[in-house]
Write a new protein. Structure first.
Length: 51
């Protein structure tokens, strides 16, 4: 995982997921989690980009 990915995970979680996995269910889940709370969105982004 590179520095750019880590920074995107922290500051723009949905963009990071979209760049790594494309537009799909992971992106929709991340958008929902980011809307509900930023921390769950960040955690999900790290989980998705580390797989």
């Amino acid at each position: 995982m590179g520095l750019i990915t880590i920074l995107l995970n922290i500051f723009l979680p949905p963009l990071s997921v979209a760049l790594n996995k494309g537009i799909g269910m992971d992106l929709l889940i991340n958008i929902l989690l980011t809307i509900l709370g930023v921390i769950p969105g960040i955690i999900h982004a790290f989980y998705v980009t580390s797989r």
